[in-house]
Design a protein around this ligand. Structure first.
Ligand code: BT5
Length: 292
């Protein structure tokens, strides 16, 4: 990590000479785009066989100016030009005959990328945690959102596009919502978007390779240097939601209340309800969290 404090300059696009992601088959930097996830989807939908090969097993699309960013359920993800990083990883396990991650495990890529982001924040000097199912938080405020989409390719293969927005150099006045924060606010330093992309890409690659090496088994030790444990262990250890009282807002305006106890091996949140029952939730929004 560079010790030099980056001063903000007028945003003119990411500087490709400062982006170093040799682990990825393709790195596509865009000065501006509607949504990196939409760009990835369009690129995959229109790719012929040769172009598809070019996207390889792991690719990355990134910009510092995403003008129509998407959240889940048609929500909006936004940040002023040049202040935040919008990245989409295209993950195609089926492009590598040596890799055998069952499709039923593809949903883990959301938490895998969130975990990679937590490590990235750590390298930026900020202690972050996962908020199940797709947020990264610092001191209870949101610094990243993850949006994963499964894409059925014309060839019949499946790819996953995992998009992540990272709030880097937003000032307090630039935050789009009061529940957000940024690396600048939390660390008092500006960070080059290219440096953040390099760190994030390296972490995503590291976790993905380890997960692929155990064929997507969430219980298998990933043999990562310095941090023993399976993907499930590592996600559990970094998830702030566990141990909190939660309201789970479910589709259809239902609300379930209880204590979040665990994440199970399907990636679901296990909630112990006030009536003593336990249920695991695969989708839903945790909108209220407080320590027990
Ligand atoms: C998410 O949705 O948090 C997923 C966000 C994914 C963004 C990435 S950027 C790269 C890729 N390309 C895309 O088009 N999207 C992905 P959700 O959990 O639904 O949260 C959305 C909510 O987060 C909004 O309704 C706002 O309240 C809040 N929000 C919007 N912009 C934010 C920001 N910059 N920081 C923190 N919160 C924000």
């Amino acid at each position: 990590m560079s010790e030099r404090a980056e001063q903000p300059q007028e945003y003119r696009g990411l500087d490709d000479s400062r982006v170093q992601l040799p682990q990825f088959q393709r790195v596509q930097l865009l000065t501006e785009v509607d949504s990196t996830n939409s760009y990835a989807q369009r690129a995959l939908a229109t790719a012929d066989e040769t172009q598809l090969c070019g996207w390889g097993e792991l690719s990355v699309i990134a910009t510092g100016n995403q003008v129509a960013g998407k959240g889940r359920l048609n929500r909006v993800w936004s940040a002023p030009a040049g202040t935040a990083l919008a990245t989409s990883f295209i993950i195609r396990p089926q492009a590598n005959p040596a890799v055998n991650i069952p499709m039923a495990q593809y949903h883990w890529f959301t938490l895998l990328v969130a975990l990679a982001a937590v490590q990235t924040w750590r390298e930026l000097g900020v202690r972050a945690e996962i908020k199940w199912p797709n947020d990264v938080m610092v001191q209870g405020k949101k610094v990243c959102g993850v949006l994963a989409q499964l894409i059925n390719l014309p060839s019949g293969e499946f790819a996953v596009v995992v998009g992540i927005g990272m709030n880097i150099n937003l000032t307090a006045e630039q935050l789009p919502v009061p529940t957000a924060t940024s690396a600048l606010i939390e660390s008092g330093r500006h960070h080059a978007l290219e440096e953040c992309l390099n760190l994030l890409g390296a972490q995503v690659h590291r976790y993905y390779r380890a997960f692929a090496a155990v064929s997507g088994n969430v219980h298998a030790d990933l043999h990562l240097q310095g941090i023993p444990g399976s993907l499930l262990d590592l996600v559990r250890a970094k998830t702030a939601t566990i141990g909190m009282n939660v309201n789970v807002h479910l589709p259809g305006d239902q609300i379930a209340t209880g204590t979040a106890e665990d994440i199970n091996d399907k990636g679901e949140l296990v909630v112990h309800h006030e009536d003593g029952s336990r249920r695991a939730y695969a989708v839903g929004d945790i909108v209220h969290m407080r320590p027990r």
